[in-house]
Design a protein around this ligand. Structure first.
Ligand code: 0X9
Ligand code: CA
Ligand code: ZN
Length: 324
């Protein structure tokens, strides 16, 4: 297909407007909060979708994060698709109705709004990946947020120490403003000593993959990741991939990363955390910039995967029968 134009994807301002519109239209189902601000001061929003959204009910919570990487605009469309699908389906679709009665969903449409604006809003895409935070002692801008999380940060050759690199890990874990905002939000979901979020997807492009921890090692089991855990990740990841036709694999089978979000979510917070690499499968499909006419197809392609994860969020081990 042809490549996209910047206008094929919604802008940061349009994302905020869509969230505000959903809140107005569905006040019982949608409650958005600003969880922090980006390095340049833009709002980072978490949209809670659940029946009786204003109340913190004791229900399993699922987190969906999008757009850690600036140029992965399709992932922001994925967030708005999920918001639209869940809200319009409540009271009309029995599966969505029962899931929203029993789960609380947090959607963060853009973890990296500064990067998104920089990539999209000059008139031509810039192929930008990182955030837009300056680096001391260097003219190079930006940290790769997905190498900046605080679990085995920089341990294993899966990131760069050079500010000019696209996989620059930053000077210290959570040095990236936006990493810290999302990590603080997740830590804030520990209620009564228990992390409420049980399952998470971080949306990326591209490759059509479902990935799970660890990324820092090729080993299938390691500290904090037992055989039962690994079996549950594989079974659940495979079930998700069965719905969208993506390839399921441990993330290190793609390549080693350290300081990535999935490793921190699992090892530090005990959250069943996946990365989805959305459309296209390869660069011939438009790479990071597929045309706007694939957005509906490629976001709705993940409908069943998202609903399946919501379903298993009460006990992800349920999928293996090892309800550890
Ligand atoms: O490199 C990344 O951060 C992700 N791919 S992307 O092309 N969207 O940048 C993949 C992260 C998944 N983790 C591992 N492969 N270990
Ligand atoms: Ca709750
Ligand atoms: Zn990415």
């Amino acid at each position: 297909p042809r490549a996209a134009a910047p206008a094929d994807y919604r802008t940061h301002a349009e994302v905020l407007a869509a969230v505000a519109q959903a809140e107005r239209q569905y006040p019982d189902l949608v409650a958005a909060e600003v969880i922090g601000r980006s390095h340049q001061g833009r709002d980072i929003v978490a949209v809670k979708v659940s029946a009786n959204a204003a109340a913190d009910e004791d229900e399993p919570e699922v987190l969906l994060t999008h757009n850690q990487h600036a140029r992965e605009h399709l992932t922001v469309e994925m967030a708005l698709y999920t918001l639209e699908e869940l809200t319009s389906g409540y009271g009309t679709d029995p599966e969505i109705t029962s899931l929203l009665n029993e789960r609380e969903v947090w959607i963060v449409p853009s973890v990296n709004p500064d990067g998104k604006v920089y990539d999209q809003e000059s008139g031509t895409f810039r192929m930008w990946r990182k955030n837009r935070q300056p680096n001391a002692g260097s003219s190079a801008i930006g940290t790769d947020l997905n190498r900046n999380w605080d679990y085995r940060w920089g341990c294993c050759g899966g990131s760069s120490g050079s500010p000019g690199s696209d996989t620059y890990r930053g000077p210290s874990p959570e040095s990236g403003t936006e990493t810290g905002v999302v990590a603080d939000f997740v830590r804030g979901r520990v209620v009564g000593g228990e992390q409420q979020i049980t399952a998470h997807i971080d949306f990326h492009t591209y490759g059509e993959l479902v990935l799970w921890p660890y990324g820092y090692t090729y080993a299938d089991t390691a500290a904090g990741l037992t055989r039962d855990d690994a079996d549950a990740f594989e079974a659940l990841g495979t079930a998700l991939a069965d719905t969208n036709g993506y390839r399921p694999q441990q993330s290190s089978d793609l390549y080693i990363t350290d300081g990535s979000v999935n490793d921190w979510m699992w090892a530090d917070q005990g959250i069943f955390s996946f990365t989805f690499e959305m459309y296209p499968r390869s660069s011939s499909g438009g790479g990071f910039y597929p045309p706007g006419n694939v957005i509906d197809r490629e976001t709705s392609r993940n409908r069943a995967a998202v609903l399946t994860l919501l379903d298993y969020a009460d006990c992800p081990y349920r999928i293996t029968g090892n309800e550890a």
